[in-house]
Design a protein around this ligand. Structure first.
Ligand code: PLP
Length: 460
């Protein structure tokens, strides 16, 4: 319940009171009230883009994981979104972590409350970067981060010198052709290189404990995992022929938000077929996107516009839209996912400034909303590369000052955003979600693990 707040509102209060509810099925009249509140805050329109992170969404993903892949221990891929409260929730839930650098390892080791990953890093952190700087290998050694991947002999020599007691995991190449982001060009030993690599490891008296792969991020073919499991099995056999007894299988990431169950229902049975539980093989995974994709929504403000919507009424099919919206975040910021992650984010109007529109608030039926025009959406920098969407359909009546909402912006967004041209990164505001059982559990956990998160708004 939110009373109409008295002025002056500070910005955070305004954001908190206005936005999280937009995510949780507010009725239209609630929505209208929220938007009025937002509009009434004069400074708000001039401020930065911001995320709203629903931590209960991350929790729900974990439940999904446990339901489908109870045998496979998730090690969250920190690179995907190192948000401190996401990490703290996942740590409290007992996840392990896939770290790619010293700083990521440090993030996990410095968590303010104890969790499996900080108490026993040797079993709960994997340094999953096959090509590591020497100083970082030494850092891992000093901090008991033992598990680390390799895919080449130079790395083996490096590790033999710097960290001979490390527990090594050979990263093999798999078919990544059915994934949006392919990694095979950079990492992974092809099967025919495996015998030589493992022989070299043996000659160096290194302790190889298992096999890892990554089918590529945004995988859309369950067969990719099955094929990778078969290759892993062959690699286990090569290891055995050289006197190794592997006991770790790392099935990597690649899981999407929409197709998780589909992928899991091929992966799970394949793991059980080729690596039955009786063998004692520990099976871990490195999901990133799956946990956070849906949890973050971004609000951007239209700061400028070129081309009048009225000029282009019949031009819906024009390849190059004439209306150009300029918003306060772009590919140098959160929308770097357009460049790096092949993302095609979708916008919806979050508010429309015109008071007239607000007076008879039929937000969904509104005339301006029902008619859409093609437009292009640009970021705020002076680079012409900074185009968020070349062609997008948006409500015709949008004006400078209106807000847009971009959902599913949690994976590979904030983590790679820059401040190029002096534009700051979007802040994150947190909600624990609407009053569901999951939200209650998330609140309980965060009260213990993130007491500093005073501002976390517990909706409703
Ligand atoms: N593990 C490794 C080694 C990766 O490189 C990545 C992504 O870059 C991940 C895990 C996470 O992948 P995803 O977000 O597709 O789950």
């Amino acid at each position: 319940s939110h009373s109409a707040s008295p002025a002056p509102l500070d910005r955070q209060k305004c954001v908190y009171e206005s936005l999280p509810n937009l995510y949780h099925g507010s009725t239209e009249s609630q929505l209208a009230k929220q938007i009025k509140l937002l509009e009434s805050h004069k400074d708000f329109a001039e401020e930065n883009p911001f995320f709203v992170a629903d931590i209960s969404s991350v929790y729900k993903q974990h439940i999904r994981w446990k339901n489908e892949l109870p045998r496979i221990e998730p090690f969250f891929a920190v690179k995907c979104n190192p948000d401190p409260y996401v990490i703290r929730l996942l740590a409290a839930l007992g996840l392990g972590f896939d770290c790619a650098s010293q700083a990521e390892i440090n993030t996990i080791l410095s968590l303010p409350t104890s969790c499996p990953a900080t108490e026993d890093p040797s079993n709960n952190i994997i340094f999953a970067n096959p090509c590591k700087a020497a100083s970082m290998v030494k850092f891992a050694r000093r901090n008991q981060v033992k598990m680390m991947t390799f895919d080449n002999t130079d790395e083996l020599h490096k590790i033999a010198k710097l960290y001979p007691s490390a527990q090594l995991v050979i990263r093999i190449l798999t078919d990544d052709s059915k994934s949006v982001c392919r990694f095979g060009i950079k990492f992974g030993a092809p099967l025919d290189a495996v015998p030589h690599l493992l022989k070299t490891a043996k000659d160096l008296s290194l302790n190889v404990i298992g096999v890892s792969f990554h089918v590529g991020s945004g995988c859309y073919d369950p067969q990719s995992y099955v094929d990778a499991i078969q290759r892993s099995k062959k690699t286990f056999e090569v290891g055995e022929s050289l006197g190794y007894k592997f006991n770790l299988l790392d099935v990597g990431g690649g899981f999407g938000h929409d197709n998780f169950e589909l992928l899991a229902r091929s992966l799970g049975p394949a793991v059980d077929e080729y690596f039955p539980a009786e063998t004692g093989v520990r099976v871990i995974a490195e999901p990133g996107r799956f946990y956070v994709h849906d949890a973050f929504s971004l609000a951007t403000n239209i700061i400028a516009k070129r081309g009048s919507a009225d000029d282009i009424d019949e031009d819906m099919d024009d390849q190059s839209p004439k209306v150009m919206y300029y918003q306060n975040d772009g590919v140098y910021g959160a929308f770097n996912c357009v460049m790096f992650d092949h993302a095609e984010p979708k916008a919806r109007p979050l508010t429309v400034q015109s008071q007239l529109v607000l007076e008879d608030v039929q937000l969904n039926e509104r005339k301006v909303d029902s008619e859409e025009i093609s437009c292009s959406i640009w970021g705020p920098t002076c680079d012409s590369l900074d185009c968020v969407m070349k062609s997008h359909k948006l409500a015709k009546g949008l004006q400078v000052g209106d807000w847009l909402r971009w959902d599913e912006m949690g994976a590979y967004t904030i983590c790679a955003a820059s401040t190029f041209n002096g534009f700051s990164r979007a802040d994150v505001h947190y909600t624990s979600g609407a009053d569901s059982m999951e939200a209650q559990e998330v609140r309980r956990i965060l009260q213990q693990t993130a007491p500093d998160l005073q501002g976390l708004i517990m909706y409703p």
